[in-house]
Design a protein around this ligand. Sequence first.
Ligand SMILES: C[S@@+](CC[C@H](N)C(=O)[O-])C[C@H]1O[C@@H](n2cnc3c(N)ncnc32)[C@H](O)[C@@H]1O
Length: 224
Amino acid sequence: MKKRSGYIPALHYHWLTRWYDPMMRWFFPESGINADLIAQAPIQSEQTVLDAGCGTGTLALLMKQAHPDVAVHGLDIDAEILRIAQRKAAQAGQSILWRQGTATCLPYPDQSVEHVFASLLLHHLARQDKQHMLREAFRVLKPGGALHVADFGRPHDFSMRLISWLMRWFEEIHDNVLGLLPVFMTDAGFHPVETITHYRTVAGTIALYRAVKPLRRDGFCAAK
Ligand SMILES: C[S@@+](CC[C@H](N)C(=O)[O-])C[C@H]1O[C@@H](n2cnc3c(N)ncnc32)[C@H](O)[C@@H]1O
């Protein structure tokens, strides 16, 4: 089975997309990561948040349930996975603003969002696209807003080093394992950039990062 050109689907191959939620529940500490990501973001009433690369919408849905008066946007490049997200939100009776598009050129105005989330998105993007996505997150964030990332990070113990060594050429993980995500965030203009915590998983270290947009400076759009 070949993946379609242009982007890497959630589980690498399109035919596996329908199994994404059960796979995440069985093999990944998904609920803990989502809860910690939401906890690290001081989301307040009436704010706007964006989940970039939202996949099946699990995180967006949790945010909406935790903060009913917040406008939650979910963006993904894959129409098929967005349909799953839409179905889940409808079943839960939650109103989320879904949109198909690329995280490397976000279809949102400058300084329109208080929090951008990117959970397990960046290892799907080649180095230049990672950098474009981070600059786009910077652009759409209001000054003082923050980017919250969960993704593969530099391995933090021996077993994670071993797994990361095996995984390092899978998808676009290599820069993550080298510890470059915080460097790219700083290059995009974020300050401070903090590693909040990390998890041991079957696929290697997953790190949570928080990167704040300081009160001045503009962003960048890859397609402009
Ligand atoms: C591993 S899944 C993560 C989904 C969800 N955020 C989560 O934590 O479960 C990666 C997602 O990124 C999406 N994706 C890949 N490239 C993208 C791009 N350029 N722009 C937006 N989404 C993209 C894929 O379609 C997929 O849904």
